[in-house]
Design a protein. Sequence first.
Length: 529
Amino acid sequence: MRVGLSIRAQLLLVLTVFLALPWLGYEYVRELERVLRDAQERTLAGTAQAVATALHDRPRLFANPPDPIASFARERVNEHANNGVTLPPSGSPEIAQIVEGLSRTTARIWVIDRDGVVLARAGSLSQPLTAPPESWTARLSQATIGRLYALFLGQPYEDFDDDAATQGAPRGRDVEGALAGILTTDRRPTSDGKAMIVSAAHPVWVRDEVRGVVIAEQTGNAVLAQRNRAFERLFNIVLAVLLVGSLALTAYATWLSSRIRRLRDDAERAIDAEGRVRAPLASSEARDEIGDLSRSFSGVLARLSEYAAYQEKMASRLSHELRTPIAVVRSSLDNLNAASLPMEARVYMERARDGIARLTQILTRMTEAARLEHSLSDVAREPYALDQVVASCVAGFRVAYPAAHIACTTPDEPVIVDGSPDLAAQMLDKLLANAVEFAAGRAVDVRVASQGGNAVLTVANDGPPLPADMQGRLFESMVSVREGGGSSGPHLGLGLYIVRVIAQFHRGTARADNRADGSGVIVTVTMPL
């Protein structure tokens, strides 16, 4: 099954290709997040390396016994900065003094020895994530589409719990790697699962021995916040582009469709129901494909109009050109008829006279339709009783064809139409001639009735049905369903064409159908009362 889509629907369907843009944007944001994570890990590794560099080859710092009391007091001061969590005390005031200058960084720094004793700690994991939007457009975006983004984007949390850090010095893959002498990075979730802690551990060397480890920690909230901001900005732009593109493409498709519809309407108005060119097609001056198509249609219709006019004038021209040689042949035959000819020659002369008579009849019928079309504009209209014209014509036809069985039914009330009674008689003459010929001695039924504000004239005859491929073409010029050789005279297919022309003069229509039982044909002419 073929599904028909308008040009506008097809262009909108093509627009679905641009739905790949959100996916590309999402992949871009994911790649950006990976870059930011790598950058964060490198930054933390650099911080840990810088602190470890200040502690390298200083055995005195790791030789003093830990002083848990003094250090614990210092940690209580920074309790609020660590989300209300009291962290393990620093065991080395000297190391704590070295790293104390880093307490204002966005990272938390630990210094531990090989036994896991916390020698010093500085900094905090808590940090402000985002500032409130300042412009009204940003606030509107955050209040509307920002809520939608929050449904499928992981959001950073400032109020997270890191209870694991209170249970002692950090222990993990990064610390184990640093104790083995390798700078190592690691990730671990907080105890409540609301945040991800990124850490980098660097060994502290005293001569050729690892005496401690510097651990730099930071949450992944900053990366998440930057990722979400990048995602929102990018997708706002993508959605705006899609919206503007959809509106622009819809407007363009509407404009394009309207041009094509106008071209279709102009083409339909230029040709009437019978295929005649009524008016030239207005060609477009546009320099695109539709303009070229419009100009091509206009040229084709102009050539068809010239050819149709040539065909319409052909009958009168042919009749005019043939009448002189026919007159010469007829006068020659008359002269031969007056002369004394042998009996054998007179037989051929009579055949020639019959041929001339048939040729004259053909020319008469050819000119009849042409003259009728040209004379309709001069025919005066008048109200007349269609039923009386039909009854009179049927009576005359019965006299002319006594062997025909013609029944006529008219209503009691007169059926008044506006037109020409002479043309109506000519129309009925053509209908009866066809019906009687095809009935071949069987019944012909003529009826006149008033139905729904229209006068309906039907002529039905027994006989062969209409061919299926000819029912819609019978009223065209030069179309006939008669088989050659079996009729009494020449037939050019102009009888029903004249019927259609006269019906149109009466602002009516003519239609031919097979009877429901297949016993014959019924021709219906409908004219307004």
